[in-house]
Design a protein around this ligand. Structure first.
Ligand code: PMP
Length: 410
């Protein structure tokens, strides 16, 4: 592992065209990586290279362009298999992102098994994408979604989660890293608890893959999902990893081209997984870009990224502690460099709007986590979310900008 020292970070930053743009006349400080990350030139080139050099549809053309496109596109499945350390590329379903992946599990895996009185257990810190699909299928079946509590620090209460697992629990949905708080959840412990009771677990890895080494084989979860655009890849890309026996038992969710074996008006038969779940023309350019994004991360090393981000995280916490009126929402001991905060007496949207005038991009709002906002009794927070390419200098710019915002609003 080559450490990410300042000079290497600066060299890597230079590969992200957008990081050198200006906003309102100021150098951009991009602190909204949990929302979507910036893309390196190699990813942008991979996307445009496909359209420039081998634009053809995948899986259905035998001509040269079609086979070149298919090879590049299927390269994404290989890259994701490596990224997650999945046992086999056949266990990777390419989806438009986390949202589609969770809906696929909800409608194809869980809905057919769900009966009245059943329960789906999630945590109180889930993104709406890991709540609402379960509610939709629960409503149809007369089942319900229940939430495992968290403490004030924003940490999952593991004992309480264990106590909520009942003979009616049909699935546990848990985020690996909270998009709103940065909390890293003890997903291995959750999987062990669930396994002991025969309950399948879906892990939402959207905010984990950009920061941590993920190993689904070691984790032994049933499902792992993530979205590509937070991992320096294009929007409209993502994946579902699933245990082989689950995929084999799952009926199709979307019907159409490429997911069939035979079709007649008396009925159709379906392709094996993962193609059974990949109807229609996919986001070919996007996945070619995602394959490149994963190669980019591999070229740096996820452990080097994690180490660099620990330095940034600690530097951020140190600086935030010195800002008057700054209230950090969530103080988990195990955390990614994602920080929600409120400034006393100022609405989060005003903070984010005024920071934008200083060139600093942060997100404000409920972060698709209404229940979490209700837990903390705030309508919204502002959120700083860092990537390895952010710098200590940018943290200083942020703090100075925040002081100016506070002075303006006083
Ligand atoms: N889960 C988490 C934890 C997220 O942060 C996000 C994106 N904010 C999602 C799910 C949804 O991802 P997408 O919109 O790319 O499907």
């Amino acid at each position: 592992m080559t450490a990410l020292d300042e000079s290497r970070v600066m060299a890597l930053r230079a590969q992200f065209p957008q990081l050198s743009r200006r906003v309102h006349g100021k150098p951009l400080v991009y602190f909204d990586n949990a929302n979507t990350a910036q893309k390196p030139q190699s990813v942008i080139d991979a996307v445009s290279g496909y359209y420039r050099e081998c634009n053809g549809n995948v899986a259905r053309a035998v001509h040269t362009l079609g086979s070149e496109a298919t090879e590049l596109y299927e390269g994404a499945r290989d890259a994701i298999t490596r990224l997650l350390n999945a046992p086999s590329r056949d266990q990777i379903v390419l989806t438009s992102g986390t949202t589609q992946a969770i809906n696929l599990v909800a409608y194809s895996f869980l809905a057919p098994r769900l009966v009245a009185g059943d329960e789906i257990l999630v945590s109180h810190m889930e993104h709406h994408a890991n709540i609402v699909p379960w509610q939709l299928i629960a409503e149809r079946a007369g089942a319900r979604v229940i939430a495992a509590p968290i403490n004030e620090a924003g940490e999952l209460l593991l004992d309480e989660l264990a106590a909520l697992i009942s003979p009616r629990t049909r699935l546990i949905g848990i985020t690996h890293v909270s998009n709103a708080l940065g909390t890293i959840n003890p997903v291995a412990e959750v999987v062990a608890l669930a396994k002991a009771r025969g309950v399948p677990v879906l892990v939402d890895g959207s905010q984990a893959v950009p920061h941590l080494a993920v190993d689904v084989t070691a984790l032994d979860c049933d499902f792992y999902v993530f979205t590509g655009h937070k991992l320096f890849g294009p929007t409209g890309t993502g994946a579902l990893y699933a245990r082989r026996e689950h995929l084999a038992a799952m009926p199709p969710f979307f019907g159409g081209g490429e997911m069939i074996r035979t079709v007649s008006f008396t009925g159709s038969t379906f392709a094996d997984p993962p193609h059974r779940f990949e109807a229609g023309t996919p986001n070919i350019a996007g996945f070619i870009g995602l394959a490149e994004a994963i190669r980019f991360v591999e070229s740096i090393g996820i452990n080097a990224i994690a180490e660099r981000e620990r330095v940034l995280r600690d530097a951020a916490l140190e600086r935030f502690a010195g800002v008057e009126g700054f209230r950090l929402i969530g103080q988990a001991r195990q955390r990614a460099p994602v920080f929600s905060f409120v400034i006393d007496g100022v609405h989060a949207h005003d903070v984010a709007t005024l920071l934008d005038f200083e060139g600093v991009a942060v997100r404000s709002g409920h972060h698709c986590a209404h229940p979490l906002m209700q837990f903390y009794g705030v309508p919204a927070t502002a959120r700083v979310s860092l990537a390895f390419y952010n710098t200590i200098e940018e943290l200083d710019v942020f703090v100075t900008a925040l002081e100016r915002v506070r002075a303006r609003l006083r």
